[in-house]
Design a protein around this ligand. Structure first.
Ligand SMILES: *Cc1c(COP(=O)(O)O)cnc(C)c1O
Length: 341
């Protein structure tokens, strides 16, 4: 099976499995796990923050950040296609008692300073007040877009002028930094917190990191406990995650594979795919007379798997476990599926 469903499907390398076996561990709730401590220190250094916290998933990292930054009854401002709003089971109201206020950020993927000011709600007797601006980079639902640092900074500055903190859902933050050739610490410099996933393009079996100031991470540590995410001998999963941090530079290969995939899809009659910024390819199936579901089903019969994203779009993702040959073979099978459908 050639698996383009997501970069979450990678399985740990032999080196990662060996690292897990040999990891020194302790009770991380007592801060006694040297491997977790090392992972948190390295992650904080990578994104240029004072501290970082290892969390079981990206979703939990985002929701911990939201709960930690806000008070119940406040509002959170984000793009209408944001993962925190769209794909986290309504966690914003469920877990933090916070009301999302969405704006359509279009191709820019993050709000303009004007949209931040318009979306901002000042606290008074009747209005709840805006507690957080949440940005996303790369932007998943908008096609793995790498949002330039200037647009992130402009949104963050506008929020800070209103005393609103800024969290970045950076599940694929390092893909963005590699694609834009910007140092992660520079990319994160105006943000109050950043979450990035170890278990996507970097290939770790489990986990994400939430990074921010020491004071913020101290409070986030309590929220992690509240959400049931405080783990004990977590060094067993932090050790392969540490190895995953060595995979940052090779993300460029995933981006090259995605670019080749898009070119090849465009060469198939009836399919069109815009050139991707990173490792996510969105392909439109309408001119082939196929729904996204129909294409995905026909390809699955040929042992190529990916998801339909909406009526006439499929989403394909490249990652550590697909190489250049898989991309070529995948394209040949997709072409055969379209021809026969
Ligand atoms: C995958 C993803 C998450 C959530 O990560 P999980 O580890 O799957 O919970 C959050 N935000 C974005 C943009 C993502 O792509």
């Amino acid at each position: 099976m050639i698996d383009f469903r997501s970069d979450t499907v990678t399985t740990p390398s032999d080196e990662m499995r060996a690292a897990a076996r040999d990891a020194p561990v302790g009770d991380d709730v007592y801060r006694d796990d040297p491997t977790v401590n090392e992972l948190e220190a390295r992650a904080a250094e990578l994104v240029g923050t004072e501290a970082a916290l290892y969390v079981p998933s990206g979703t939990m990292g985002n929701q911990i950040a939201i709960r930690t930054h806000t008070d119940r009854g406040q509002e959170l401002l984000c793009d209408e296609q944001a993962h925190v709003y769209k794909w986290e089971l309504g966690g914003i109201p469920q877990l933090s008692g916070v009301q999302p206020r969405i704006v359509d950020c279009g191709e820019r993927c993050v709000p303009t300073p004007g949209q931040v000011r318009e979306g901002y709600v000042e606290e008074d007797l009747h209005r709840p007040g805006t507690g957080l601006l949440c940005l996303e980079n790369t932007h998943n639902s908008r096609g793995g877009v790498a949002v330039p640092k200037a647009d992130i900074d402009a949104a963050a500055d506008a929020a800070h002028d209103l005393d609103v903190p800024v969290h970045l859902d950076g599940a694929r933050f390092l893909n963005a930094c590699v694609a834009l050739d910007v140092d992660p610490a520079e990319m994160a410099e105006r943000l109050d917190s950043v979450m990035f996933c170890l278990s996507k393009g970097l290939g770790a079996p489990v986990g994400s990191v939430l990074a921010g100031s020491e004071a913020f991470i101290e409070r986030a540590r309590r929220t992690r406990k509240l959400f049931g995410g405080a783990m004990r001998q977590a060094g067993l999963i932090a050790a392969p995650a540490l190895r995953a941090l060595d995979n940052v530079d090779r993300l460029v290969e995933d981006h090259e594979h995605a670019a080749r995939l898009a070119t090849g899809l465009n060469d198939i009659d009836g399919l069109s795919a815009p050139a991707p910024d990173t490792n996510i390819v969105m392909v439109n199936t309408e001119a082939a007379g196929l729904t996204g579901e129909a294409l995905s089903a026909a390809c699955k019969e040929r042992d190529v798997t990916f998801h339909a994203f909406d009526d006439h779009t499929c989403r394909l993702c490249t990652h550590l476990d697909v190489d250049g040959d898989d991309v070529e073979e995948g394209l040949a099978r997709i072409e055969a599926a379209v021809d026969e459908a």
